[in-house]
Ligand binder design. Structure first.
Ligand SMILES: Cc1ncc(COP(=O)(O)O)c(C=O)c1O
Length: 344
């Protein structure tokens, strides 16, 4: 029996169609703008998100970093969530590389930043203050149970940003999961954002890559920023070819991952010694707590691993599980059987 690996949707391996497309991809030097496959991927991405232009980058982290570098100057401030991936898991690149000052406000349980908290965090014109330049949102929100931010919320933040002449960047590592879960067009969800970075290498199953979308002027700046962080790739059309399959074939199946995550959450909620509210699960990410008096999350994870099920302990009582392309409904049944045996 195979391993059921629920640690992350980054575990996905390229599909057969991707491997074929990669082998056959037409390539050129992308730093010269001459890779036809990358150019095609960038056109497709900007079209899907309703933006003027796009830029292929090596990772979600690079997408967020070059976006911040393009929007902000040295000493500028960004407002972002206290649980934002960019704040938590990207080595503080905003400050370390960009000299950009991060100002966190609390993430609500649904991944939003309260509108009044955003307003309060925006700096006035004062010689003592850094200049607020950017609001950075995350959609879906990883640590907040993969919650999607909806169009109404995006509009409300957009209104604040326009009023204060700020930009909005969306860390949309799982942006298409959000659009699918909300049943909206990606371009409608992206409309209030000045830039969106989305990952091809997570639920969309490509081996490498993310795409940043925005205005032509923003993408020109992001392209320069990509070069200075060493992200100018050459015949990377081999990678972009897989990304094209991601957009053409993998978006439409994301609803399956969401249904499997919900099924897993419902099963976990019925398991004594575990705690989760399945109503809070809308996409492919689940966090639950191991509340059993005699079981630590690390032990739980070790024990299910010996039975072929992998999950990720993430600190405190919490464990994370993420559904993806290689996880079937039958795998969820088996994972729940294993968990019930371990907890029984
Ligand atoms: C919300 C979010 N943003 C950004 C990233 C960074 O992506 P990468 O690992 O490709 O750098 C991740 C990775 O898991 C993520 O979950």
């Amino acid at each position: 029996m195979g391993i059921i690996d629920l640690r992350s949707d980054t575990m996905t391996k390229p599909t057969d169609a991707m491997r074929r497309a990669m082998a056959e991809a037409q390539v050129g030097d992308d730093v010269f703008g001459e890779d036809p496959t990358i150019n095609r991927l960038e056109e497709m991405a900007s079209e899907r998100l309703g933006k003027e232009a796009a830029l292929f980058v090596s990772s979600g982290t690079m997408g967020n970093l070059v976006s911040q570098l393009a929007h902000c100057g040295r000493g500028d401030e960004i407002i972002l969530g206290s649980h934002a991936h960019t704040f938590f898991y990207e080595q503080g690149g905003s400050a370390a590389v960009g000299s950009i000052h991060p100002r966190t406000v609390p993430n609500q349980p649904d991944g939003k930043l309260a509108l009044e908290d955003i307003e309060m965090a925006i700096r006035g014109d004062n010689i003592h203050f850094p200049r607020t330049r950017l609001i950075l949102l995350e959609n879906t929100h990883n640590i907040c149970n993969g919650c999607p931010l909806d169009i109404d919320y995006m509009r409300a933040v957009g209104e604040i940003a326009r009023r204060h002449k700020l930009k909005i960047h969306v860390d949309g590592a799982r942006f298409f999961n959000a659009a699918v879960a909300l049943g909206v067009e990606p371009k409608a969800l992206a409309a209030d954002a000045d830039s969106v970075s989305f990952c091809l290498s997570k639920g969309l199953a490509a081996p490498v890559g993310s795409v940043v979308c925005g205005t032509q002027d923003f993408i020109d700046k992001a392209r320069r920023a990509r070069k200075v962080v060493g992200g100018g790739m050459r015949q990377a059309g081999i990678l972009a070819a897989a990304g094209i399959i991601s957009l053409n074939e993998m978006v439409r199946r994301l609803a399956e991952d969401h249904a499997n995550a919900k099924k897993l959450a419902v099963g976990l909620a019925e398991t004594p010694g575990l705690s989760i509210d399945p109503d809070r699960i809308h996409t492919n990410i689940i966090f639950f707590e191991v509340t059993h008096a005699d079981m630590k999350p690390e032990q739980f994870v070790q024990q299910i691993e010996t039975e072929g099920v992998r999950m990720l302990p993430v600190g405190g009582q919490k464990v994370r599980a993420v559904t993806h392309y290689h996880i079937t409904s039958a795998d969820i049944d088996r994972a729940l059987e294993v968990i019930s045996k371990v907890m029984g």
